[in-house]
Ligand binder design. Structure first.
Ligand SMILES: Cc1cc2nc3c(=O)[nH]c(=O)nc-3n(C[C@H](O)[C@H](O)[C@H](O)COP(=O)(O)OP(=O)(O)OC[C@H]3O[C@@H](n4cnc5c(N)ncnc54)[C@H](O)[C@@H]3O)c2cc1C
Length: 501
């Protein structure tokens, strides 16, 4: 048996855990990060579409179950840096409206227990930490900011500039994507084609290992144990006293003052639900019965829009978003965001369109431009994470608020058709495409209606925190990572860590 201890123990080194470790390092707090995975190697396969997408080289073999007991491969990456190692580094802020209640025709998106103004200073800090490039004054939905973007927006390549002109003719206001990459003078980014969805071989993507955990480890107060998988949380008289798991085949026990779960919106709550005891028969921190409930993932569809007359020779495609319909789709209700994604290659299309010959896919890819259409899903207690008798993760999930997504897709189709894209292919996200998972341990002020307080501390267990996307009361309709990072910095700064020690 191996024993470890620290004042603050963090489980998981992704966007939440890695950023929190950085925040604690700034305050000189002795911190131990436990990560079940290892460092993702820098190797030629990082940039191989076949290795990354077809062979799934950086994904675990792990399968989760749906409600009917069918297996699926979830969108998780068990490595130092978590999902941020492969993410698309699109780092927009949520809008002011996302923090207050929104009433949709058939659903409600609840208010957050803090306002945009409360988190705004930490958005600034997170943008600085994650080297966000962007531009103000273009986006009709952009929220106010107290500090300019730390880096200028990425330049558009000629094909994208021409597309922007066509979209403007249609009447929308394309804006620069807020991107976290190291593209400043002397930076290591080479603006390649293998960014979104790929690990960066050069360490030029703003992932949590590169920007937060690495610098935190260099400071001396933070330690990292890789290959340390936590499987049980031990509760005694209302406080967490230890974490139990394995490392290198050996049992591991970790003691500490405060314990932070940052394993991602499914794994963090699975740990709590799986740690039942006489003291916590329904799982730890679950007096509300809400641990695992309100699982959200966004209503997303990937679009490949083809203009047969134009060859898309772009290298770095992800530089534009259209947010004209974010707050109002023209019917008084919010729509969502439409964003360019990384350039999709024929070999990547093959992983979904398995029956279509590669030659046809290459021809299509040469003439297509790819977008994601992202609308808000809303929390439902029936959409939930549970752990079955064999200890396996089960996800009950049905789409919510999907009419808004259909309406936004309709607007996207009209916009693209008017810009000359005669064919539009769509791939709707299914249960396995859950990379934006959130909401399973909702933050709030009422312990009967929420799991965490507004600073991610458990209402039930004072030395237990969950700092990852689990705390989201709503999913908004923007990419989640910057908000996870900003909240991690807020929790680091506004918590009296000595209280838990
Ligand atoms: C392909 C892809 C593209 C994406 N693109 C974007 C984007 O452009 N913009 C954006 O905002 N978001 C994007 N996302 C989503 C973003 O990456 C996630 O929202 C974010 O990383 C979630 O942070 P987290 O801290 O909740 O969890 P994660 O980053 O997933 O971190 C969880 C960590 O905990 C570890 N862990 C889990 N369980 C245990 C355990 N029991 N013991 C020890 N360690 C454990 C895991 O190994 C992992 O390292 C993308 C995701 C994917 C997969």
């Amino acid at each position: 048996m191996a024993y470890e201890s620290a004042d603050v123990v963090i489980v998981g080194s992704g966007m939440g855990g890695g950023t929190l470790a950085w925040g604690l390092a700034q305050r000189g707090i002795s911190t131990l990060v436990l990560e079940r995975g290892d460092f993702l190697p820098r190797e030629p396969e990082n940039w191989s579409p076949e290795a990354v997408f077809a062979e799934r080289r950086y994904k675990p073999d792990e399968k989760w179950l749906d409600e009917q007991g069918r297996e699926f491969s979830p969108g998780v990456h068990y490595v130092v840096g978590g999902n941020s190692k492969v993410y698309g580094a699109s780092l927009p802020r949520f809008r002011e409206r996302d923090f207050v209640e929104t009433v949709y025709p058939g659903a409600i998106s609840p208010a957050w227990p803090f306002s945009y103004a409360d988190i705004e200073p930490y958005y600034c800090d997170a943008e600085a930490l994650y080297k966000v490039h962007g531009k103000t004054g273009e986006d009709p939905s952009e929220p106010w900011r107290s500090r300019e973007y730390p880096y200028p927006a990425l330049a558009h390549e000629p094909y994208i500039s021409a597309t922007i002109d066509r979209l403007r003719e249609f009447g929308v206001h394309p804006n620069s994507t807020a991107m976290g990459i190291d593209l400043s003078p002397g930076g290591s980014c080479i603006r390649c084609q293998t960014c979104d969805g790929f690990p960066c071989r050069l360490g030029a993507k703003s992932d949590s290992e590169t920007c937060a955990l690495g610098p935190a480890l260099a400071g001396g107060n933070v330690r990292l144990l890789t290959g340390a998988r936590i499987t049980r949380v031990e509760l005694e008289q209302g406080r967490v006293v230890a974490l139990h798991g394995t490392r290198g085949g050996e049992p591991l026990e970790v003691r500490g003052g405060s314990f932070v779960l940052s394993g991602g919106a499914v794994n963090s709550v699975a740990l709590l639900l799986g740690s039942t005891s006489e003291e916590a028969p329904e799982g730890i921190a679950n007096s509300s019965g809400l641990v695992g409930r309100n699982y959200m993932v966004h209503n997303n569809t990937h679009i490949a829009a083809i203009d047969p007359r134009r060859i898309n020779d772009v290298v770095f495609q992800k530089t534009v978003a259209v947010n004209d319909w974010y707050n109002d789709l023209g019917d008084g209700y919010p729509g969502g965001t439409i964003q360019l994604i990384g350039k999709v290659q024929g070999s990547m299309m093959k992983t979904h369109a398995t029956r279509v010959p590669r030659k046809i896919l290459d021809t299509m890819a040469a003439r297509s431009v790819e977008w994601v259409v992202m609308a808000e899903d809303t929390p439902s207690p029936l959409n939930r994470v549970t752990v079955n008798r064999d200890g396996r993760i089960v996800i009950a999930w049905k789409r919510t608020n999907y009419e808004r997504h259909e309406a936004l897709l309709g607007a996207a189709r009209r916009m693209l058709k008017s810009a000359g894209y005669t064919a539009v292919f769509e791939q709707r996200f299914d249960i396995s495409m859950n990379s934006h998972m959130c909401g399973t341990a909702v933050a709030g002020t009422d312990p009967a209606k929420s799991v965490l307080d507004p600073w991610c501390r458990s209402h039930d267990v004072p030395n237990l925190f969950i700092v990852d996307s689990s705390f989201f009361p709503s999913s908004a309709a923007q990419n989640p990572a910057l908000t996870i990072a900003a909240q991690a910095l807020r929790v680091a700064a506004e918590t009296d860590w000595n209280k838990g020690v």
